[in-house]
Design a protein around this ligand. Structure first.
Ligand SMILES: Cc1cc2nc3c(=O)[nH]c(=O)nc-3n(C[C@H](O)[C@H](O)[C@H](O)COP(=O)(O)O)c2cc1C
Length: 124
């Protein structure tokens, strides 16, 4: 079924439906995100599920193998939840060609990555 609802969300994110799946640590893995993407909604991988940036790269590659639709990566900035520098996750995400990074936990403004990435941060 093709959605007739066109909004800035569908336009900016390139999805069929104006729906953004809430990222869930412990749930938002490659299979989950690809299923959402294939259903025409936007979803993000949860970085908190990857213990290293290499694990995140692997999860991104796996997601790409399951869908050709757009998806993003949610980078958790809570220091207690993330033993790795979050910039490693944002660098990995950008280098793997994922077009959207969503952050949570605190303001992303301290991440130097943004200035070199020519991308607009969205935080929640
Ligand atoms: C089990 C669970 C895990 C979540 N993990 C994350 C997370 O890793 N990153 C994040 O930004 N939000 C996380 N959230 C928040 C959700 O993405 C969402 O913002 C929240 O559930 C409110 O959504 P709602 O307004 O649709 O109810 C989590 C929520 C739940 C229930």
């Amino acid at each position: 079924m093709t959605s007739k609802i066109k909004t800035r969300v569908t336009e900016i994110l390139g999805v069929e439906h104006p729906i953004i799946m809430g990222t869930m640590g412990q749930q938002s893995n490659a299979e989950f995100v690809a299923a959402a993407a294939n259903a025409g909604v936007f979803a993000c991988l949860a970085s908190v599920m990857s213990r290293t940036s290499q694990e995140l790269r692997d999860e991104i590659k796996k997601t790409k193998s399951l869908t050709d639709k757009p998806f993003g990566v949610n980078v958790n900035l809570f220091p207690m939840l993330s033993p790795v520098d979050p910039a490693e996750y944002t660098d990995a995400t950008i280098e793997e060609g994922v077009p959207v990074i969503e952050t949570s936990g605190r303001s992303p403004e301290h991440l130097n990555t943004w200035s070199s990435a020519s991308r607009k941060p969205t935080s929640r």
